[in-house]
Design a protein around this ligand. Structure first.
Ligand code: ADP
Length: 681
C-alpha cells in the first residue's frame, strides 16, 4: 500500500457503520431488554424492542438518564428510587456494577412491572467511563404469584381467627389497603334485603368521612343498575381497568354527590360478589384513585379468590349465630371443618408453586397438582415417598438439612431435585412448621428456577461480551484512527491494524448474529443439490490461503458425493473447524480434511467430513463442554480468540441438517472433529 487512498478509508468507515447496524440487529433480537447510554450526559443511544415492551414506553431521541424522573420505581422493601439511584445512573455516574437487583416500576400506562436488573459501565482502555449498559428482564409473574399466595394465606388466617365477622372484615380491608387498592368497601345484604356497609378503608384516613357521607346520604337503591347492586344481583364481578370521570359523575344524584365522587376519584375499579352456597351475600369494591395504579386481570382473579373465602367466613358465622343446640353445634363444626378443608384445598391447588406437606420424618402427607407437574411422579407415587427420595445431593445432605429445619422451624434455600425421568431441576424452597394442636406438619413451597438460572447466566454472558470482547477491537480501531487524525498522516501500519481488527470484530458480530438467529429459530436452511467433494476442496483451498505455517491436505472420494444440503452453511461449518484447527495448532503442521461416505443405523447412508490437526488438543474435562454456547477453554493460547460460539453454531447447523458432530482429542497431540450429513435414497 502506498499513499492515502480516500476510497480505502471510505470503505473502512462504511464497514464500521455496517458493523454497528448489525450489532443493533442482534440487540433487537435478544430475548432480554437492553439499554445503552453514553457518558457523561446519559443520552440513550441504543435500546431494544424488548425494553420498550417491558416498560411500555417509547424512547424519544432526547431521552436520557435523568428522564428517570418521569418513572416511579420502588425497591424490594417499598422505598422509592431517586433518579440517581437507578442502576443505569449508578453505572454511568459512579462506575458501579449492579447485579440482579429487583425493582418495582410503575410504567407509562400506570401498570406495575417487577424487573430484575444488571448494569455495568463501559470503559475506555484508559479506564474512563464512556457509557453504561443495562440488561433487564420482567419477573412480575413470579413475584405476583408469591405475593398473591402470601396475601391469601394471611387472609385465610384472619378469616378463621374469629366468628365475629364484622371484626374479621375490618381486618380484611386493612390487608387490602393500600397494597391492593387505594380504597375499598364491603357491602352486605342484611336479613331484610337492605344493603349495609360493613367495612371500608381509605389509604388516606382524612378521606374516610367522605366515604361515610357517601354511604349515609346516597345509599344504594336495591334496583340500581350500577355496582355493587348489579354485581350482587347477577353474581358476576365487574372489572374496569380505566374508569372515565364523566361516566362516574353522570350517575351523581345532585351537586354534593357529584363532588363526593370527584373527590373519591375512581380511576380503576373492581367489584366482586360474595357468594356462599350459591347465594350472593354482598360485594367487595376495590378502587385505585390518586396513586394512578391500574387493575390487571390477575388482580381480578385474586379479588375473586379472596371474595370466595370471605363469603364462606360470613356464612359460617351467620350459621353459628343462628344455631345453639348441641346437634346444631355439631353440624356447624362439621360444616366449618368442611369449608376449612375446601379453603385449604383451593389454596394449595390454585398455587402455581409446588406444595409438599410432610410429617416429621420428611414423608409426604399431601402434595398439590403442581408437584406432579414439576417432578413427573403421580400424586399416588409421591404419597409413598419423602424428601430424601427427591434431593439430588444425597441422603446425608438431606438428613443434615432436615435436622436444621427441625431445630429452626423453617428452612429456605436453593437446591437441586431429581425428577422421575432422572433430570435435575434447580428449585428455590421455603419450608415451615404448621402446628395443629399437639401435632405438627411441615409445609414446603417449591419453585422451579431453571428459567431464572438460564436468564441469569445469559445476562452475565452477555454483559461480559458487551463490556469486554466487542469493546476491545473497537478501542484499538478508534485508537489507530485517532492516531492518524492527530498526525494528519496516513499510516500503513495503522490501516492494517484497523482492517485486521475490523475483520476480527466482523467475525465476532457474525457469530453473535448467527447464534441469535439460531436461538430465535429464524435460521432456515436453503437446501439444494450440493457436491460435498467439490465444496470441501474449495473451502480447504480458501483456508490454505490464510495460513503459511500449516499444510492443509485433502483426502477426497474419487467422484462426486451429492446430497440435499445448504451449501453455504456446510461450508461455514468446515471453515469454522479449519479455522479452529489453525488457531489451536500454534506450532504449524499438517491439517487433514477427509470426506467420505459410510452406512448409518437402519441401513441409511451418510456423508462425513473429518478435520484432523496436530495442535494443542483438548483436555477430557473440556471435551464435553466445547459445543456449548459461549464456552471457551482457557489455554495459554488465546491470541485472537472468538466468543466461544463457533462450535455451538457448527453443531446447531449440523443438527439442523439431521447430522451429528463429534470430537476426539489427545492433549498435546491434536484433535479430530467429525460431522455427518444424511444422504437420501
Ligand atoms: P472460539 O470462537 O472461542 O474458538 P469455538 O466454539 O470455536 O470458540 O471453540 C470453543 C473452544 O474449544 C475453544 O475456546 C478452544 O478451547 C476449543 N477448541 C476448538 N477447536 C479446537 C481445536 N481444533 N484444538 C484445540 N482446542 C479447540
Amino acid at each position: 500500500m502506498g499513499d492515502a487512498s480516500a476510497a480505502e478509508l471510505y470503505q473502512i468507515i462504511q464497514q464500521l457503520a455496517a458493523d454497528r447496524s448489525r450489532f443493533e440487529t442482534i440487540l433487537r433480537q435478544l430475548p432480554l431488554a437492553v439499554i445503552v447510554a453514553d457518558a457523561p450526559d446519559g443520552r440513550v443511544v441504543l435500546q431494544n424492542e424488548h425494553a420498550e415492551r417491558i416498560l411500555r414506553h417509547t424512547f424519544s431521541d432526547d431521552w436520557h438518564v435523568d428522564s428517570y424522573r418521569s418513572y416511579q420505581g420502588y425497591r424490594n422493601g417499598g422505598s422509592p428510587l431517586e433518579p440517581d439511584e437507578w442502576p443505569l445512573s449508578r453505572a454511568l455516574k459512579l462506575g458501579e456494577v449492579v447485579e440482579a437487583e429487583e425493582i418495582d416500576v410503575i410504567r407509562g400506562d400506570g401498570s406495575h412491572v417487577t424487573i430484575r436488573v444488571n448494569s455495568a459501565p463501559l470503559r475506555e482502555a484508559g479506564g474512563a467511563i464512556t457509557g453504561a449498559v443495562v440488561v433487564f428482564d420482567d419477573v412480575t409473574a413470579g413475584r405476583r404469584n408469591e405475593a398473591a399466595l402470601a396475601f391469601l394465606t394471611r387472609a385465610s388466617e384472619l378469616l378463621s381467627a374469629s366468628l365475629d365477622y364484622e371484626t374479621t372484615l375490618a381486618n380484611v380491608v386493612d390487608l387490602i389497603v393500600p397494597g391492593l387498592a387505594d380504597w375499598c368497601v364491603v357491602d352486605i345484604v342484611d336479613d331484610v334485603g337492605a344493603i349495609r356497609r360493613l367495612a371500608m378503608k381509605h389509604r388516606d384516613p382524612s378521606f374516610e368521612p367522605l366515604l361515610v357521607e357517601l354511604e349515609e346520604q346516597y345509599p344504594h337503591e336495591p334496583g340500581a343498575a350500577t355496582p355493587p347492586m348489579s354485581v350482587i344481583r347477577s353474581g358476576e364481578p365487574t372489572f374496569h381497568p380505566t374508569v372515565a370521570a364523566e361516566g362516574v359523575e353522570r350517575a351523581a344524584r345532585g351537586e354534593r354527590h357529584r363532588e363526593l365522587l370527584r373527590l373519591l376519584d375512581i380511576r380503576s375499579y373492581i367489584c366482586v360478589p360474595l357468594i356462599a352456597r350459591s347465594r350472593s351475600l354482598g360485594a367487595i369494591s376495590f378502587v385505585y384513585s390518586s396513586s394512578g395504579r391500574v387493575f390487571e386481570p390477575d388482580d381480578l382473579a385474586l379479588a375473586r379468590e379472596l371474595a370466595g373465602r370471605v363469603a364462606v367466613a360470613i356464612d359460617n358465622s351467620r350459621l353459628f349465630a343462628s344455631e345453639s343446640a348441641v346437634a346444631a353445634e355439631n353440624a356447624r363444626l362439621y360444616r366449618e371443618s368442611q369449608s376449612a378443608e375446601a379453603r385449604y384445598r383451593g389454596l394449595i391447588d390454585y398455587a402455581g408453586d409446588t406444595i409438599l406437606v410432610s410429617d416429621d420424618e420428611g414423608r409426604f402427607l399431601d402434595v398439590n397438582p403442581a408437584a406432579s407437574e414439576l417432578l413427573g411422579y403421580s400424586r399416588a407415587e409421591l404419597l409413598t415417598m419423602g424428601i430424601a427420595d427427591l434431593t439430588a445431593l444425597g441422603s446425608a445432605w438431606t438428613a443434615g438439612e432436615f435436622d436444621k429445619f427441625m431445630a429452626q422451624g423453617y428452612w429456605t434455600g436453593e437446591l437441586d431435585l431429581r425428577r422421575k425421568d432422572g433430570a435435575i431441576v434447580p428449585v428455590e424452597a421455603k419450608a415451615t412448621v404448621v402446628s395443629l394442636g399437639a401435632d405438627a406438619v411441615y409445609l414446603s413451597v417449591i419453585r422451579d428456577i431453571s428459567h431464572r438460572r438460564e436468564t441469569e447466566l445469559m445476562q452475565r454472558e452477555f454483559m461480559t461480551i458487551v463490556t469486554h470482547d466487542l469493546k476491545s477491537p473497537l478501542t484499538s480501531i478508534k485508537g489507530f484512527a485517532q492516531l492518524m487524525q492527530r498526525r494528519r498522516m496516513y499510516s500503513d501500519a495503522a490501516v492494517n491494524a484497523i482492517v485486521g481488527q475490523s475483520q476480527h470484530l466482523e467475525r465476532l458480530i457474525n457469530d453473535l448474529l448467527d447464534a441469535a438467529r439460531l436461538e430465535a429459530g429464524r435460521s432456515e436452511l436453503r437446501r439444494e443439490q450440493v457436491d460435498l467433494t467439490a465444496l470441501a476442496r474449495t473451502v480447504a483451498g480458501y483456508s490454505q490461503a490464510l495460513t503459511r505455517g500449516h499444510v492443509i491436505r485433502v483426502e477426497l472420494p474419487a467422484g462426486e458425493l451429492r446430497g440435499h444440503w445448504d451449501g453455504d452453511r456446510v461450508s461455514q461449518v468446515i471453515q469454522n473447524l479449519l479455522s479452529n484447527a489453525i488457531s489451536y495448532s500454534p506450532a504449524g503442521g499438517d491439517i487433514v480434511v477427509t470426506v467420505g461416505e459410510s452406512s448409518a443405523s437402519g441401513g441409511r447412508r451418510e456423508a462425513f467430513v473429518a478435520i484432523q490437526d496436530s495442535g494443542i488438543g483438548i483436555p477430557p474435562s473440556a471435551l464435553e463442554r466445547i459445543f456449548e454456547r459461549f464456552y471457551r477453554h482457557d489455554s495459554e493460547h488465546s491470541g485472537s480468540r472468538g466468543l466461544g460460539l463457533g462450535l455451538y453454531i457448527s453443531r446447531s447447523l449440523v443438527e439442523a441438517h439431521g447430522g451429528r458432530i463429534t470430537v476426539s482429542s489427545e492433549p498435546g497431540s491434536g484433535s479430530t472433529f467429525r460431522f455427518t450429513l444424511p444422504v437420501e435414497g
